[in-house]
Design a protein around this ligand. Sequence first.
Ligand code: DX5
Ligand code: ZN
Length: 220
Amino acid sequence: AKPIEISPSMMCVDPLNFEAALRQVERVGVDMLHLDIMDGHFVPNMPMGLGIVEALHKATDLPLDVHLMVADNDFFVEQLAKMGVSQVSVHLESSKHLDRTLARIRELGMKAGVAINPGTSLAAIDYVLERIDYVLVMTVNPGYAGQAMTPASLRKIADCRDLLAFRGFDLPIQVDGNVSFENIPGMVAAGATNLVAGTSSLFHRSASLTDNKSRMLAAI
Ligand code: DX5
Ligand code: ZN
């Protein structure tokens, strides 16, 4: 089986203690940093912008995993390429020319992902599989931390894994939203290989980062 990767959702840290939180995350050990870029249009929130991506690129060696939740993907993709980003996912729902945008992400030297909202069918990814390096299955409606997993999430992760296998693509599946200690076993069993860790796991208020990381590993 593929190793399970952990990508902490940095919008969950206290913005007034961002650097201290970054160092803690580095110490506890993670695979990449999940950066949610929202523009207030595609989703009704905007916790982090391009400035933080640029600052993180200078401050850490961890790969940057950007999740774009914006109306204008093409603008942000061009900007991110200049900031040393390793991988970027764009939403199916905000892409007019999805195939072209994905091709451009790779052309700029980044890994390309497609993110899919809970209510959107998986069918549309079938014809861009040749263009992508991973799929991001949203398990909450994007925009906010601390929401409950949407009901069909586990079924959808499994359907995504089946579709990939049927077409012969052994790609990572990232899951984002309420990736909790309780939900992780089901998500991994369904085929998730990259866990976006937010307030329901790594940044759970009840315990330290170290303890939360151990609890995550135990759930995998
Ligand atoms: C939105 C974010 C959130 C969040 C995940 O795209 O990535 O889903 O921070 O954390 P929790 O565990 O609070 O759902
Ligand atoms: Zn995200």
